[in-house]
Design a protein around this ligand. Sequence first.
Ligand code: ADP
Ligand code: MG
Length: 275
Amino acid sequence: MLQAQHLTKTFGSLAAVADISFDLLAGQTLAILGPSGCGKSTLLALLAGLVRPDSGSVLWEGQPLDDTPTHRRNFGLMFQDYALFPHLNVADNVAFGLHGPDKHRAAANMLARLDLAGFEKRDVQTLSGGEAQRVALARALAPRPRLLMLDEPLGALDRALREQLTAELRGLLGEFGQTAIYVTHDQQEAFGIADQLLVMQNGRAIQLADPETVYRHPATDWVRRFLGPARLASGRVAADGIHTDLGWWPAPPGDALHMGDEVTLLVRAEGVRKR
Ligand code: ADP
Ligand code: MG
């Protein structure tokens, strides 16, 4: 569906986005994960056509979008600051991007899907942060854009609410077959939503893989540390498992290991059980 090819954007001497390429398949969610300032929002702006790349290209179904302006790309965008229209009520906010006689029914359905039935007439300024973000999600999803891009959409919410909304959003995206890009600096959110994960550092794509691969086989030491506390143990594969300087460990399932291999074992606290 979407292809990013060698996208690069510099601001002065800073390479905010440096030679980033990826493909996104229809119906999949790509999470872009990296610390603040690593270039995530700039990458989204390049994809949306809000910023022109210095080099590289964005393609949709094989067609370059270089000359397609933002409003004709049919991409939806949602940001952390909900940007709800303060003068419109909840239903009119959600119906804003919709057309035709059924638009209010479609808006009401979408609100119901986000547990907001009965909120139609509410003034958006009376909503809690979590409710406002649900309305913003409903508004972003309602027009069914061919690509939905979410830039740290839950960043202002507390941890419990973020977890709940991440799970709900993943369910909705899957159910709608919505192709999406989800930008966050939060590892848990990224792992909670992603089919594919792009890890960014200083404008570069450090790793592009499915979440399990990133978790189990981080491409660099930096990625490993960014994903949370873990110990490395060097060892050797034996018939009964792996013997390391941190003791004996069973061989991780799914990895092609051979007797006598020298290996480095990545041990995460949540992967260890007492017995
Ligand atoms: P992120 O979204 O990952 O926090 P950004 O894409 O917003 O990162 O920014 C990446 C880098 O590019 C930052 O160092 C930021 O200061 C810089 N940057 C972003 N936009 C501009 C701009 N319009 N002019 C100059 N520098 C910018
Ligand atoms: Mg950003």
